[in-house]
Design a protein around this ligand. Sequence first.
Ligand SMILES: Nc1ncnc2c1ncn2[C@@H]1O[C@H](COP(=O)(O)OP(=O)(O)O)[C@@H](O)[C@H]1O
Ligand SMILES: [Mg+2]
Length: 315
Amino acid sequence: MSAQAMPEAAIRIEGAQKVYRSLGKREKHAVRDVSITVTKGTIHGLLGPNGAGKTTTLKMLLGLVRPSAGTFEILGEDARTLSSRRHVGFLPEQPYFPAHLSALQAMRFYGALAGVPEDRLDGEVMTLLERVGLSDAVRTELSRFSRGMLQRLGIAQALLGSPSVVILDEPASGLDPVGQRDVRNLMLELREGGTTVLLSSHQLSEVEAVCDRVTILNRGLVAAEDHIDRLLDVEGSASVRVRGIDRLPEPVEKVASDVAFSGSVWEFSVPDRAVRAVVDALDDAGGVVLAVQPKRESLEDYFARLLARSAEEVA
Ligand SMILES: Nc1ncnc2c1ncn2[C@@H]1O[C@H](COP(=O)(O)OP(=O)(O)O)[C@@H](O)[C@H]1O
Ligand SMILES: [Mg+2]
């Protein structure tokens, strides 16, 4: 592949490792070996169960935790330089704001830190607060904000200064289903505008609906990485629906799994290589084949299977 054909990377993490050493405790390998490349203008999900190393990886990238090893680049620059961080917005796992401020005051404060020019500050702050659904609460003191409202504020804060790379650590956390949908839509809007989004999540539904690509972490290692569609393509299996027969012909019965019969329609899975013979046998038996579809696993199932497998490997 020529250099020009390579999509440009917005984020590059190579061989990241983090060992926590605390006095009197065993070493903790929070991140063992993680490499991730996020293509510009895409939404990339960092997925994994609690303790997988997602937050530690993001914090190393942002220079908030000192890496034990690895290289970290944002838009081609060493991520530890201040200039690279100018282009980055970040929602931490537990956003913290001084409780005595109003939403407006907090946003003004962080906007100034993010380098938003004074004359544009209030306009931008109001636009962002509206965008995350907080325009009715701009003057409310943050001590009276709910967990979900603080999360929305955290997201608005991450977007101050129109960063071209946005990193969100568990953006759905603390949000109700409506809030979660709002955040999904917001991420899609950001991508539409050319922004790169890297988000972490342990919630599969969140990632499945928006991400172009997903990296799955487990125990500090990359367990899988791919386009979401490819991750979910179960190799070699198809789902078949047929009606007009009382029972499955024997050659079909032999290869079918997950057989269900409802009213008049049979539904079952067969291996890809058997599809042709199955359809012929159904035809011979007088059945009407309604559908033959490549089978897609839900990310939920895939994830459970993957984690079960890596648990077996460790045991
Ligand atoms: N400051 C720390 N000191 C020691 N261990 C830590 C520290 N921070 C995180 N860990 C451990 O590192 C592992 C990965 O944590 P984390 O990166 O927060 O995972 P995730 O975000 O995927 O839930 C966990 O086992 C966690 O307990
Ligand atoms: Mg975390």
